[in-house]
Ligand binder design. Structure first.
Ligand SMILES: Nc1ncnc2c1ncn2[C@@H]1O[C@H](COP(=O)(O)OP(=O)(O)O)[C@@H](O)[C@H]1O
Ligand SMILES: [Mg+2]
Length: 258
């Protein structure tokens, strides 16, 4: 059970031969225990940078991130927090079970407890029968499930995800959304995820933070009080998607250069 406070976070990137790039400006977000919060915004608006700061992977230049009231510092990422990247980053020479085990090998757990966790999370994502398959023997969706299982194996209280399903086809992505909603409810995990897919934000999140670029600022926080499952064909869901698309409309934003 973990709550996250992002309190006045600012970030500049210092570039050789160029003026510093102001990426985030005074970001304030409150994320309650067990809540699922989406961060949406145009490409380059600082979403990944913000997630990395929350994860303790990147230093900020101002402000603080508090996890249950304790300050998060770069380099202090603990087992209570898991990070799921855009690519599945599976090790090709390890089986599904081996990849999941990789997520917990350094925790010093007895072998029997490791085995139990590997089995339990593979079951949780519906891959119990594929424990011994190698990544090249799995579909994109199954690989994504293995990556999800690997991030859940340390039994994190916080799950950070950076566009984790963006490479999947729409049908598989919807299946993964359903999995995440189910698992979040079952394990009371606090989820912060970044996406440029407004529909994904509406399907998964309790609250959507709309970032406005250059420098990244919170434009607004949109609460979503729709019951799950949120099938995008339901009028209430498609209305929310349309509304959020308007609120996060990037067409008026200044051009982004990378
Ligand atoms: N390590 C870095 N050094 C310099 N600039 C960076 C670095 N990481 C990201 N940026 C720049 O910061 C801005 C925000 O990047 P990012 O957080 O990746 O945005 P998003 O995830 O919303 O697309 C971009 O303009 C990007 O080029
Ligand atoms: Mg990004």
């Amino acid at each position: 059970m973990s709550r996250i406070s992002v309190a006045g976070i600012s970030k500049w990137f210092h570039r050789r031969g160029d003026a510093p790039l102001h990426v985030l400006s005074d970001i304030c977000i409150e994320i309650g225990t067990g809540k699922s919060v989406a961060i949406v915004g145009a490409s380059g608006s600082g979403k990944s940078t913000l997630l990395n700061i929350i994860a303790g992977l990147t230093d900020s230049d101002g402000g603080r991130v508090l996890i249950d009231g304790r300050e998060q510092r770069a380099g202090q990422t603990g087992a209570a927090m898991a990070y799921m990247f855009q690519e599945d980053r599976l090790l090709p020479w390890r089986t599904a079970a081996g990849n999941v085990r990789f997520g917990i090998e350094t925790l010093g757990l007895p072998r029997a407890e490791q085995d139990r966790r590997v089995r339990s999370v593979l079951e949780l994502v519906g891959l119990a029968e594929f424990a011994n398959a190698y990544p090249h023997e799995l579909s994109g969706g199954m690989r994504s499930r293995v990556a999800l299982a690997r991030s859940l194996a340390p039994e994190p209280q916080i799950l950070l995800m950076d566009e984790p399903f963006s490479k999947l086809d729409p049908a598989t992505r919807s299946q993964m959304h359903a999995e995440v909603v189910r698992i979040a409810a079952e394990r009371a995990v606090t989820i912060v995820f970044v996406t440029h897919d407004v529909e994904e934000a509406v399907v998964l999140a309790d609250e959507v933070v709309v970032l406005q670029p250059r420098p990244g600022r919170v434009k607004e926080v949109v609460p979503l009080q729709l019951a799950h499952p949120r099938d995008p064909v339901l009028p209430m869901v498609s209305d929310a998607v349309r509304d959020l698309r308007q609120r996060s409309d990037h067409s008026a934003a200044v051009p982004i250069y990378h």
